[in-house]
Design a protein around this ligand. Sequence first.
Ligand code: ACO
Length: 429
Amino acid sequence: MAKEARIIIGEKEYKCPVITGTEGENAIDTRSLRADSGYITFDEGYGNTGSCQSDVTFIDGEKGILRYRGYPIDELAERSNFVETAYLIIYGELPTREQLQGFSSRLTHHAAVPVNMEHFFEGYPAHSHPMAILSGLINSLSCFYPEFAVNNHKADLENFDEVASAALSKVRTIAAMSYRMSQGLPYIYPRKDLNYAENFLHMMFTEPYAKHVPSPEISKALNLILLLHADHEQNCSTSTVRMVASSEANLFASVAAGICALWGPLHGGANMAVIRMLESIHAEGDDGSTFIKDAKSGKKRLMGFGHRVYKNYDPRAKIIGRVCEEVLEKLGIDDPLLNIARHLEKAALEDDYFVSRKLYPNVDFYSGIIMRAVGIPMNMFTVMFAIGRMPGWIANWKEVASHPQGRIYRPRQIYIGENQREYVPMDKR
Ligand code: ACO
């Protein structure tokens, strides 16, 4: 028998259906509650709200499980690569050889950006943050490809294969160009013979007079970082993408909004904040012990720790932590920040403050240390997250755009302001 929930308000009882997901997660469907009772549900920060049904990513935060389209993250990290995983996330199934070839060719075809776009960079001050440039230029792609950005879901879905490949491929090129601009260096065009991660490193670090050839360890590490960030269900930036998409905005506009949401330090910006924190601990000669005390007293926040959903180890943090050690060892790098991070992690995991609040390292705790080893400058860390998250944003845009009864996302609120009052003329205020 289908389950239902009963909500009693005063003398009246309201019945709400229960929705159960394929992994047994239950939700009370309150969509008709306001019409029936005049009440809305209140859940500031949406911590207990299911905003959609999605078949892209499954997370069990209590058990520390993350799966893309049913495949465990550790298996994909071990056996797949970023482009194949991106295909899986966007299209729902692992690609056949032919499908992967077609997808890779479309990415290669879309790797360059229109030459006119180069002029945009000239207008930005050299110290501009690359996240601002990235979101601005990704949105601007809708000006260059209006046929992919009709702002009508049906029309935009007809070009989905092209627009998805364009967004995924050009985000990497624009990211590299924003770095080159900030350094006053000439832009380097993408190459057809390189894989996704290598091409990015080439556009970042090749000089007109010297080819940059990354070591296999470095391109493998970058590939892994991108794969681990590829989707993470209804986080702040992905919900933003869905929110914007629900107004029938095109894919470029929707993912550009996602980039803005990702920028903040409580979300994607945490990877930069972690390195700043580790650097300042190092500069003060602390091994992390004083910092832990400050974090417990609320004076500081242990960046890269804690998560809204994970109340156990973030499985990505486990993989990154392990790979971080391996990469640094292979590259012969002795980064004092890694020792501080390890000490902070150990101290926090033994401390009742963190244990009782179920605060564990999240994906950002070690990713910055690997990115430093790969040679990515710190102000590009969140940009790397954005490149990696693009498949998830695209898949979520597609879910919203393809929804047969799609409605605009429009939460309600509880108003707590002044009641109606009369306008006060200037001389009486
Ligand atoms: N350091 C110290 N204390 C913390 C931390 C932290 N990193 N995170 C949470 N807490 C404490 C809070 O102060 C609160 O304590 P209280 O119960 O005594 O008031 C308790 O743990 C619960 O924390 P909330 O802030 O309610 O947790 P929320 O789910 O709202 O926030 C968040 C999650 C934003 C990730 C938070 O843990 C945080 O700020 N972490 C640091 C920033 C970070 O690493 N962000 C990256 C997140 S992952 C991502 O976006 C890829």
